[in-house]
Design a binder for this molecule. Structure first.
Ligand SMILES: Cc1ncc(COP(=O)(O)O)c(C=O)c1O
Length: 451
């Protein structure tokens, strides 16, 4: 069962940020290196504790959380069973790569919930590390070395993946690893070819095929794709797109890596993002909601692919913290809770209600366009003009973010590719309370824009 809230979730005790938050935030700024998450810096909030879909700061102000640690807090905050599993485990053994009972269970649970013959999992402690391991595996299996990603794609910040990020993030980071390419993602709201689905016949992917043919050395080990692009703004591709990407991978003898770091474990209203198109990729990378906050990521693949040396050699695909006893306890708790409390269904049901409401906002407000979503991944573009789709100035978006915080809502509105991704335990009443706040802020923003 998802949590249920009868009284308002938001509590306001002080000015925001309150005095204790401000003092601790300023103290940390004396020695913290720059570069931590922008929205946390902008908020200047210091969180004290969380419960379900809410977070409470050190001044006692309680917020509804539509960020969920950017899709990490699948179970919300401090889920009692997850806490019990972790506290029980830390008292027994926390470190080491020996088999643990929980890890045995996690391997079985992963095989149970993933599609098709994805029966083998290896564990890591960060998403980029898992993506790099997946690329190493694809290279080992295919004996090829090139990798193709998509515009807008995000797969981490380490050297081996920078070249497949389809964004400006890699500027100034060259030289990149050779053999990495990217091609337009099927983003119909911002189609680079200015075409319309379905009459376009997924032209962008025909372009991808041509790009691979003409730009690579025909040694493509893998195509890596997010089934819904998270960091790029919860961009949902049209139906059939993942299937076509898989066909293209097959044409070139490449493996398909579905990066399910965000979409995995119920986030999109299905266990995995690929389920929407009914495909089984060769490799899946997972993280974030996998252990619901304990740092754990994974590479999931078939028996046939996994047993490829040197990846499959003893110590060939391992890491220091991957799948340690704490991670295994957290992942077991996370997957069991998602399954037993029907959080995939909750994500689909409450997510659909939220999407319906955000679609009303699109009709009501002049600066909202491109509303779309699946489950608890909702896209909402802030635009200057609905026809040209020119993006709203970042300063205005930041204003929306800060106004929402003042009213008790934490949400990723600081950028014009606004995305809503609450904890999967979010109940309908709290979802609507959060969206009421958003509507108030949008109403104020509309007035500001008209003046
Ligand atoms: C799709 C995807 N892959 C990989 C990563 C990298 O994960 P991490 O930040 O744990 O390295 C992210 C992070 O946001 C992601 O969204």
């Amino acid at each position: 069962m998802a949590e249920s809230t009868k009284t308002p979730a938001v509590i306001r005790k002080t000015a925001i940020p309150g005095p204790r938050s401000m003092a601790l935030f300023q103290e940390e700024q004396q020695h913290l290196a720059p570069g931590t998450q922008g929205f946390a810096l902008m908020s200047q909030l210091v969180m004290d504790h969380g419960e379900g879909s809410t977070l409470t700061d050190v001044d006692g102000n309680r917020y509804i959380d539509f960020i969920a640690g950017i899709n990490v807090a699948a179970l919300g905050h401090s889920h009692p069973k997850w806490v019990e599993m972790l506290t029980g485990q830390i008292k027994r053994v926390a470190v080491g790569s020996f088999t643990s009972e929980n890890r045995v269970k996690v391997t079985e649970l992963v095989a149970e919930v993933t599609p098709g013959d994805l029966n083998r999992v290896q564990f890591y402690s960060g998403g980029a590390e898992a993506v790099e391991a997946a690329i190493r595996l694809a290279k080992a299996y295919t004996k090829k070395f090139e990798v193709v990603g998509f515009w807008g794609g995000f797969h981490g910040k380490t050297g081996g993946v920078l070249g497949v990020l389809g964004s400006t993030f890699k500027h100034g980071m060259g030289p990149l690893m050779p053999g990495l390419y990217s091609t337009p993602y099927p983003d119909c709201y911002r189609c680079p070819f200015k075409m319309k689905f379905p009459t376009c016949n997924l032209h962008c992917l025909d372009f991808a095929r041509d790009l691979i043919k003409t730009t690579t050395t025909n040694s493509v080990a893998a195509i890596i794709v997010e089934p819904i692009q998270g960091t790029n703004g919860n961009v949902v591709p049209p139906p059939g797109a993942m299937k076509k990407i898989q066909e293209i991978a097959k044409e070139f003898g490449a493996l398909l890596i579905a990066d399910e770091m965000i979409t995995g474990f119920g986030r999109s209203g299905e266990w995995f993002g690929v389920n929407h198109d009914g495909i089984v990729p060769d490799i899946m990378t997972v993280g974030k909601g996998f252990a619901a906050g304990f740092p754990l990521a994974g590479v999931i693949t078939t028996d046939k692919i996994a047993f490829t040396p040197p990846w499959s050699n003893a110590s060939g695909s391992s890491s220091s913290y991957g799948g340690n006893p704490m991670a295994a306890a957290a992942a077991r708790a996370s997957i069991e809770i998602i399954r037993d409390e029907k959080l995939v269904e909750n994500s689909k049901r409450v997510g659909a209600k939220m999407l319906e409401r955000v679609k009303e906002f699109e009709k009501k407000f002049s600066f909202i366009g491109g509303v779309d979503g699946k489950g608890m991944l909702i896209r909402c573009e802030f635009v200057k003009d609905k026809d040209t789709r020119e993006r709203l100035d970042k300063k205005i978006c930041e204003g929306i973010f800060l106004r929402a915080i003042q009213k008790g809502l934490l949400t990723m509105a600081y950028t014009n590719s606004f995305r809503i991704n609450p904890p999967l335990v979010l109940d309908e009443a709290t979802a609507m309370e959060g969206l009421d706040i958003l509507e108030e802020v949008f109403t104020e923003t509309e007035k500001l824009l008209k003046n």
